[in-house]
Ligand binder design. Structure first.
Ligand code: ZN
Length: 315
């Protein structure tokens, strides 16, 4: 049977029509991350209708719907418990009612990084492993952990998910989460423009004429041996490596899978983090594998489909 998986991100919403571990069809559209969340979900509904029509199906033929969101999710009651700035009105939104009234009773929800881990575990870079940590380097930094084949949740569903908010610099800058010196507030896409503009080489460099300051540009200039790019990139790499080491110390994985938009430059990121974790992480039994995510855009969608199949199996 087919299911619909929806990945609600801070800037875009990705939606896939899934059968047998494959995304058969998809829709991607911008997410209005501020304001009325019902409006966002109405737009989601419109795109579900488009997918169903295009594939000549009705909602009764669906196995179910899965939704991920970049926040802390109570996966038992399908409620968003907390979300950092974006889509904050999702906390009041009744997802069960929305699904039941419009589409199906079978709904699963999950944190986005956890769903991506499940996708990579079942179908991607984590296939051979049952002890996995996933880090996603995107606008923010996400985390998730699987120990002995079980997702880590904790009392309040937040265990593993706050990997981007591990402190790596207690004298650092304030993070959007309220904490100080998180990995995210030291090295993420939202912090990068500030890191570049505050660099002592910035005023007299080519960078002063650039409007858009993003990681793609940073890594391109790093490859061209630009002095500012080398300095900022190395600081970011050290921050992410520190994050990976924290996650290794916390969850004892066999492998750390790293995904997210910034991983277009995986040829620089993966070897650097591997070298740092081999050297600095306390792993006396065996070195931890560091691998790039394989499924990228579809990891969370395929993960949701798997979680839906497990949920229906257990009912
Ligand atoms: Zn933080």
């Amino acid at each position: 049977m087919k299911s619909i998986a929806i990945d609600i991100g801070g800037t875009i919403i990705k939606m896939g029509f899934i059968e047998k571990n494959r995304v058969l069809d998809n829709e991607t559209f911008s997410s209005l991350s501020q304001g009325d969340f019902s409006q966002t979900m109405s737009r989601v509904s419109e795109h579900i209708s488009t997918l169903l029509e295009r594939n000549k199906l009705v909602s009764a033929q669906l196995r179910g719907i899965g939704i991920t969101i970049p926040g802390i999710v109570d996966v038992n009651s399908n409620k968003v418990l907390s979300i950092n700035k974006k889509h904050d009105a999702a906390i009041q939104f009744n997802f069960n009612q929305w699904a039941k009234e419009n589409w199906t009773q079978n709904l699963v929800m999950e944190n986005d990084a956890r769903a991506a881990l499940v996708g990579e575990w079942q179908y991607g870079a984590g296939k051979k492993y049952n002890n996995i940590v996933m880090i996603t380097l995107g606008t923010g930094i996400g985390g998730s952990a699987l120990i002995n084949g079980k997702l880590v949740y904790g009392k309040h569903f937040q265990a593993g998910c706050l990997g981007g908010h591990f402190i790596i610099n207690y004298n650092g800058d304030k993070c959007t989460c309220g904490n100080i010196g998180c990995i995210e507030s030291e090295a993420s896409s939202w912090k990068l423009p500030e890191l570049i503009r505050n660099h002592y080489l910035y005023p007299d460099s080519d960078w002063a004429r650039e409007d858009l300051l993003d990681f793609e540009k940073l890594f391109n200039k790093y490859r061209e041996n630009d002095a500012l790019a080398i300095d900022v990139t190395q600081n970011c790499l050290k921050a992410w490596a520190a994050g990976a080491i924290n996650m290794i110390h916390a969850y004892d994985p066999e492998i750390v899978i790293i995904g997210g938009g910034i991983m277009k430059s995986h040829d620089i990121i993966i070897p650097y983090i591997k070298q740092r974790t081999d050297k600095y992480a306390w792993t006396p039994c065996e070195k931890v594998e560091i691998k790039k995510a394989e499924l990228e855009n579809s990891a969370a969608l395929l993960g949701l489909d798997y979680l839906l199949s497990i949920k229906l199996l257990n009912e």
